[in-house]
Design a protein around this ligand. Sequence first.
Ligand code: HEC
Ligand code: HEC
Ligand code: HEC
Ligand code: HEC
Ligand code: HEC
Length: 232
Amino acid sequence: MANIFPRWSNLLPLKIAVCAGSAAAGVALAFTYYATPKTLTVGYQPSQPIPFSHKIHVDQVGLDCRYCHSFVEVSGHSNVPGGNTCWNCHQHVQRESPKLAPLHKSMNPAFPGYDGKPIEWVRVHKSPDFVYFNHSAHVNRGVSCQSCHGDVHKMEVVWQDQPHSMGWCLDCHRAPENALRPLEEVYNFNYGDADVLKYTKDQGVKTTKDLGLKLKEQFQVNPKKSCATCHH
Ligand code: HEC
Ligand code: HEC
Ligand code: HEC
Ligand code: HEC
Ligand code: HEC
């Protein structure tokens, strides 16, 4: 659904609701928000300056997400890697591939047309400026990239897999057990019920959700739901 009103018009009710701290207004707004479709930008898949494939680099080459998105567990923001990360390998591997011409343009002074400028990746996921989000607060508490970005390890071209709407954030903040994993499994994109046995001998704990409930209790995971959590 396209935005009928310009972004700034959305800010006004938000500011009124958050600043006034009015529970009634908040509930009313939250309700209207819930009534709107949850699929604002799901499927958004811009083409990128280099046809970079997560499928090749994660599934075939076997790289961990953190090799490239190196700040994701230490910072609120998950960085996209600079050309030097690619150049580490591609000054040797597939050096002659025409697909890598923009990388040579950025990194290889011997390349005709070299300009040393960073590669301009097109942003896929973007929360509005009035939303506060933090990556490390999630991945260090057992929420996987997969819950919010889908099966990235199989994507030739990244698309937005989940709505990233307010209702979507809140659905998980109310029931995080559906998503919680042992910290060792946050970067494992093949995590499933079969892995649960590694973590408990308790016969009652059979599914990832059972384990999620246990982890929630054990580590007292309790995501906040107040407006100020995500709107400072
Ligand atoms: C070899 C480096 C590399 C590895 C490893 C890697 N990525 Fe990426 N990732 C990139 C680059 C480059 C981009 C920007 C271009 C694009 O969107 O394809 C990107 C983009 C993304 C985006 C979209 C960013 C946006 O603009 O919203 C997500 C989400 C993402 N990666 C998740 C992951 C996950 C999850 C893993 C581990 C399964 C992973 N990546 C592994 C290099 C990497
Ligand atoms: C750890 C080493 C490594 C890193 C880091 C790496 N790659 Fe690769 N990349 C490979 C390998 C290995 C292949 C070839 C796989 C094959 O032979 O099918 C490849 C293949 C490619 C291809 C396909 C080339 C073709 O002609 O089919 C592109 C494009 C590419 N990489 C872009 C990138 C970009 C952009 C980055 C940085 C964000 C990057 N790679 C980082 C190892 C790496
Ligand atoms: C709880 C949900 C959630 C989890 C877990 C999560 N992300 Fe994100 N990710 C988001 C949201 C929301 C955005 C948009 C943030 C913004 O606009 O500030 C985003 C944006 C990104 C971006 C784009 C940042 C940019 O500036 O271009 C990358 C890259 C990314 N995520 C990678 C990852 C990786 C890798 C993991 C796992 C290690 C991960 N994310 C885990 C929700 C999540
Ligand atoms: C799949 C589950 C999930 C999704 C989706 C999710 N969160 Fe969270 N969020 C959590 C968990 C778990 C925590 C950690 C709570 C704790 O440490 O007790 C958390 C913590 C946070 C925190 C840190 C404050 C706090 O509660 O401790 C912020 C801010 C936050 N989330 C914002 C967001 C926003 C904004 C979105 C949507 C763009 C979002 N979250 C989506 C599960 C999720
Ligand atoms: C867990 C995080 C989270 C919490 C808690 C939260 N919000 Fe939001 N809110 C978001 C996100 C994310 C968006 C942006 C959604 C989008 O752009 O699709 C948003 C958007 C909004 C908007 C703008 C709607 C629009 O059309 O863009 C308003 C108004 C709003 N929130 C009010 C509130 C109020 C009032 C509360 C408390 C009752 C609240 N929010 C609690 C995450 C949160």
